[in-house]
Design a protein around this ligand. Structure first.
Ligand code: SF4
Length: 215
């Protein structure tokens, strides 16, 4: 159980949130711009293989022009690509965004579906992305496991896994239902500011005393 013996889940998330907010974790600014399910879906699609700061600037530019499926479809692929550049794979993502808007309009009445199965059938949306949308846009008890969540869960000794899929399974068994939707944002925020992939700030980390991964 690692650090949980000393904190419990709620206290752990509170400590991480407080520290990450004090350090202005980029994810909090990011979430302000993804206030609707469609925005969340677009943002998560743009964020793959792209730095958080780059994605944030791209969504701000794009949402000024289009933040509904109708408006997205009214833009050409080249216009979208120009707005989201330089996110990784911006040309193929521009194509996907138009396709996504088309499918949402044709098959879902322009609304983002609320189930994992339906989200996974949308173009360009994988399991992690679908879970981000479910938890951040719909407040569902989903756990989106990205590199931050996978890394921190292992460093903190919450799980002992070698893949994000295993981490997701184990976390689902461990995390209380009512806290699941908070986990991704909190772990991402803490991973961006304190428990970074390279050179984590263990020396000033509020969890260091009980963290098995502290160096
Ligand atoms: S002590 Fe180090 S490894 Fe543990 S959570 Fe803090 S920064 Fe991460």
């Amino acid at each position: 159980m690692g650090i949980l013996e000393h904190t419990g889940w709620e206290k752990l998330l509170e400590l991480m949130e407080a520290e990450a907010r004090q350090k202005n974790a980029p994810v909090y600014e990011f979430r302000k711009h993804v206030s609707t399910p469609f925005r969340a879906l677009v943002a998560v699609l743009l964020s793959s293989r792209t730095r958080d700061e780059t994605t944030l600037e791209a969504v701000k530019r794009l949402f000024r022009r289009a933040d509904t499926p109708e408006a997205m479809l009214a833009l050409s692929e080249q216009e979208i690509a120009g707005l989201i550049y330089p996110v990784g794979f911006y040309r193929s993502k521009a194509k996907r965004l138009r396709e996504l808007a088309r499918v949402l309009l044709k098959e879902h009445g322009g609304r983002v579906p609320e189930s994992l199965e339906e989200l996974l059938r949308l173009p360009g949306i994988g399991r992690k992305s679908a879970n981000v949308v479910l938890s951040s846009a719909f407040g569902k008890n989903a756990i989106a496991v990205d590199t931050h969540v996978h890394r921190l869960s292992n460093r903190l000794g919450l799980v002992s896994t070698s893949s994000p899929a295993e981490t997701e399974k184990q976390l689902h068994r461990l995390v209380p239902e009512e806290l699941k939707s908070r986990l991704n944002t909190t772990f991402v925020a803490f991973g961006q500011t304190v428990c970074k992939p390279v050179k984590p700030s263990c020396g000033s980390c509020p969890l260091a005393e009980h963290c098995p991964g502290a160096r």
